[in-house]
Design a protein around this ligand. Structure first.
Ligand SMILES: Cc1cc2nc3c(=O)[nH]c(=O)nc-3n(C[C@H](O)[C@H](O)[C@H](O)COP(=O)(O)OP(=O)(O)OC[C@H]3O[C@@H](n4cnc5c(N)ncnc54)[C@H](O)[C@@H]3O)c2cc1C
Length: 404
């Protein structure tokens, strides 16, 4: 086989796992390059623990240069600005990277502009997708929690996909307030585009809707479903039906848009810039371009009154990336290609004092297997999993999926 060049865009759950899997599967002389805007991997699920003051940001990051170079994977910290499928080349502002196969794992852009006033830069609504956003949220929340009373609104906009963290955060805040014996002086409200609680963009996971509804009732968390947030102003969120939700602290999950360099290539992304793929995870239009994780277009399992997008969780992103890498290797060597679109998904939602373990196979209904449990052990699993995962990124440990 000729010497092959594979470029991976993204240094997170998708990109790192794709690169490690390529190194295991491709001949020794294959050139693997990872290009990522960020110098370090960030374990995003723990950003919520930064907001709660339970983690320091430095505990969640792994610089990528060393671990990748030790595995003979070239690491370039830069932003991909252009992709030219005809020439087989990606470009940053200073260099060109030709490829025989490309694996795209650039996640998404945060579409704050879709709702006036939503962008955390205005300072009244908070978010949780970067260390900086989590630290800003932590500082603002700490002030409100230190007061005698307050109104807290947590939620997601129409079209959001990553709604799980909003559930976790509102339950963690409830836990902290109860521990401080102040819960009776605070209101907690949850606002979501989902048609019912526990839908999560996948039509629910087994008993999850009932479990979450009971949990919210026991925790006195008010909820508004089928909600469309149309404006955010200092101290108040406005819904499409003119309901006003006043707050002293609010964190709202935005919708996503595909990466700008993907949107710029005719026929690569859908209207929002997410990449439609074949079951083998290659682009429906360009056969040597693969995609994994948040960047992939996955249609919702059903229509909802207010749009809700499918979550491509960390576990799913990693599994897709490993399959995309194996399929690239199979394409080079003529081996068997694997299905990367009907994968299982496990996820643990932390509630501060307990947690929800949810596992679905496949991740979209109808499914062959579902497990949903509410238990303290699930919380300990999630805590252990964070330690394991950071070590996995440093040392390319084998994949296990017990504790997302
Ligand atoms: C607060 C929070 C909590 C979460 N909790 C969980 C959880 O408990 N369980 C779970 O399974 N999932 C969870 N998730 C979801 C999980 O983090 C995502 O599924 C995962 O990060 C997706 O990985 P990805 O590699 O597809 O994309 P991303 O993580 O978004 O990474 C994209 C990568 O691409 C790089 N990049 C982007 N554009 C470019 C460009 N133009 N050029 C070069 N590089 C670029 C970025 O720097 C980054 O390295 C959570 C997410 C958040 C925000």
């Amino acid at each position: 086989m000729d010497k092959k060049r594979v470029v991976v865009v993204g240094g997170s759950f998708g990109g790192i796992n794709a690169a490690y899997e390529l190194r295991r599967r491709l001949p020794r002389d294959a050139e693997i390059t990872v290009i990522s805007r960020d110098a370090a991997f960030t374990f995003m699920p723990s950003l919520l623990w930064v907001i709660m003051g339970w983690r320091d940001p430095s505990q969640l990051q792994v610089p990528l240069d060393g671990p990748l170079q030790r595995r003979r994977i070239r690491f370039v910290q830069d932003e991909v600005k252009e992709l030219d499928p005809q020439r087989g080349e990606v470009r940053t502002s200073s260099a060109k990277f030709p490829y025989d196969a490309l694996i795209l794992c650039p996640g998404a852009e945060l579409d704050y502009a879709a709702v006036p006033g939503l962008d955390p830069k205005y300072g009244h609504i908070h978010s949780t997708f970067t260390i900086d956003e989590a630290v800003q949220s932590r500082n603002a929340l700490a002030k409100v929690l230190a007061s005698d009373s307050g109104r807290i609104v947590i939620g997601a906009v129409a079209g959001a996909s990553c709604i799980g963290p909003a559930y976790e955060l509102v339950m963690m805040i409830d836990t902290v307030l109860k521990r401080a014996r102040k819960r009776h002086r605070f209101s907690l409200a949850f606002v979501t585009p989902e048609p019912y609680l526990g839908h999560f963009g996948v039509g629910g996971i087994g008993a999850s809707p009932r479990m979450i509804q009971d949990e919210f009732a026991e925790r006195h968390i008010d909820s508004t479903v089928n909600a469309k947030i149309v404006e955010a102003r200092p101290g108040s969120l406005t819904l499409a039906d003119n309901t006003e939700l006043p707050f002293d602290f609010s964190l709202v999950i935005p919708a996503f848009l595909g990466s700008p360099f993907v949107r710029a290539v005719e026929g690569l992304g859908n209207a929002k810039g997410f990449i439609p793929v074949t079951p083998h995870l290659s682009s429906a239009k360009f056969g040597n371009i693969y995609a994994a994780g948040v960047a992939v277009a996955i249609a919702p399992p059903g229509v909802t009154p207010v749009p809700v997008a499918v979550p491509k969780t960390g576990h799913l992103s990693e599994s897709m990336a490993r399959i995309a890498a194996r399929n690239v290797a199979a394409e080079f060597s003529g081996g068997k290609m694997l299905d990367g679109l009907t994968l299982p998904m496990t996820c643990i939602a932390d509630a501060g004092d307990t947690a929800f373990y949810m596992s679905a196979d496949p991740f979209l209904p109808p499914r062959n297997k579902i497990v949903t449990k509410r238990a303290k052990w699930a919380r300990y699993m999630k805590i252990a999993f964070e330690r394991y995962y950071l070590a996995k990124v440093r040392h390319d440990l084998p994949s296990v999926h017990f504790g997302w």
